[in-house]
Design a protein around this ligand. Structure first.
Ligand code: AMP
Ligand code: MG
Length: 413
């Protein structure tokens, strides 16, 4: 059996996964339509094919002026034209001279000579003249050409998961197709003599397999393609056969069979397969017996695996904390640090010290008055309680009492 000392603090365990994740080489790529790239990982950076904005852009409806002309108020200027967004170049005055102004609309190019735009709210127009009641600073209400991005500069980096803003940037650079990393295949192997498929009527002591389903969803959300293997019994030969099958994928996730019970065989069978173990536990709850390692199936092929504890909430939590960064790296994503956000605690928490806890909780309230409180639960087997939760409260290992009103770290789900 692997040495028991491989039980790490939460932070050490997480960092170890991040270290191995950083060493992975990027996956193969494919070219897809821009919108099909939503939530997927970019393989070739997107470069700007022009300056952004391509011309000095007015951010207001108003008048393009020389700011120096506005010293005494009201100031009267001669109107020499009008520029709307998309105005053809021939209609744009070549120069705005002293004492002159041009009516201009939001999104229109500011003509040469003008160095500011006065909002229409501070003006009145009459018979070819405009009267202005306020001063403007140089550059006010104008975004200079190239201020947001320069021609040829990187708009979206390789390894970024595309979201609405990244897709909008790609669109603004005319990228109707983008090169993305292919999705890794992630084998999901559930173990346990008591576990039956969801189409089966369970016997009185049997439990339907829910972990393969939560994991499949988590894998998909992280960018992988889940491959559900048949349920493995607590019997070494069949378990080994299914593990070997799962190790053909890009990542193997197992649930159950990693605790100290007499029929928890996962580590034993992994040993038979000459697996390397990086850790065999983390000082967290739920999820303490989580296992992370690597198995060489052929001289040139190594597959990482996680043995996630079978309790459904443990499975969900340990996936998020440890398997996700590995899977994201397999998706070609640049390494991401895990970050918690803070929320105000609604009612006090008492915990036994020693383990870092990730407890299902509900973030409620509205706007700036959000608050968080633990969900009442029956422990890490309680899927119903976790389904009511929308986050986990993170309780440090040295806190026995956290009073109401304190800001506590939470992990959103
Ligand atoms: P184990 O980690 O194998 O000791 O299992 C811990 C608990 O989780 C036991 O109560 C199992 O019945 C339950 N469990 C294990 N695997 C699953 C699964 N795939 N779906 C639902 N519950 C499970
Ligand atoms: Mg079991």
């Amino acid at each position: 059996m692997p040495e028991p000392s491989r039980v790490l603090s939460f932070e050490d365990a997480r960092h170890l996964v991040e270290e191995y994740a950083a060493k992975l080489s990027p996956p193969e790529t494919e070219i897809v339509d821009l919108l099909a790239g939503d939530r997927r990982v970019l393989a070739t950076p997107i470069l700007s094919d022009r300056d952004l904005p391509p011309f000095p852009r007015s951010t207001r409806d108003g008048y393009a002026v020389r700011s120096a002309d506005l010293a005494k108020f009201p100031a009267g200027l001669d109107l020499i034209g009008e520029i709307k967004a998309g105005e053809s170049v021939e209609n744009i005055p070549e120069n705005v001279g002293r004492g002159q102004a041009v009516a201009i609309m939001t999104g229109a190019p500011v003509p040469a000579g003008a160095d500011a735009v006065v909002m229409v709210e501070y003006t009145s127009e009459q018979g070819g003249r405009v009267e202005i009641t306020r001063s403007v600073e140089i550059g006010e209400n104008i975004v200079p050409a190239g201020a947001e991005a320069k021609l040829g500069s990187v708009l979206v980096e390789r390894g970024v998961r595309l979201n609405d803003a990244a897709i909008a940037l790609a669109a603004s650079a005319g990228k109707s197709r983008v090169e993305l990393y292919k999705r890794p295949r992630v084998a999901v192997l559930t173990t346990g003599d008591e576990i039956v498929g969801i189409a089966t009527v369970p016997g009185p002591t049997q439990i339907r397999n829910s972990n393969s389903y939560s994991l499949a969803v988590q894998v998909r959300n992280a960018g992988g393609e889940p491959v559900l293997l048949p349920i493995a019994p607590d019997e070494p030969r069949r378990l080994r056969g299914l593990m070997e099958e799962g190790l053909k994928s890009d990542l193997l996730l197992m649930t159950g069979g990693v605790s100290m019970g007499r029929y928890d065989l996962v580590e034993q069978v992994l040993e038979e397969l000459k697996a390397e173990f990086f850790f065999t536990g983390a000082k967290i709850q739920p999820g303490r017996p989580v296992v992370f390692g690597r198995c060489r199936m052929a001289p040139s092929r190594e597959t990482y695996f996680f043995g996630l504890p079978g309790n459904p909430v443990s499975t969900m939590v340990t996936f998020e904390l440890f398997a996700r960064p590995m899977l994201e790296a397999l998706c070609g994503m640049s390494p991401q640090k895990l970050r918690f956000v803070y929320a105000k605690l609604k009612s006090e928490i008492r915990a036994k010290p020693g383990l870092k806890r990730f407890l299902p909780a509900i973030l409620s309230g509205e706007f700036e008055s959000s608050q968080v409180e633990l969900v009442l639960w029956q422990g890490s087997g309680d899927i119903a309680a976790t389904a009511r939760a929308n986050c986990y409260i993170v309780v440090p290992p040295d806190r026995e009492l956290i009073p109401a009103g304190e800001f506590v770290p939470i992990l959103l789900r």
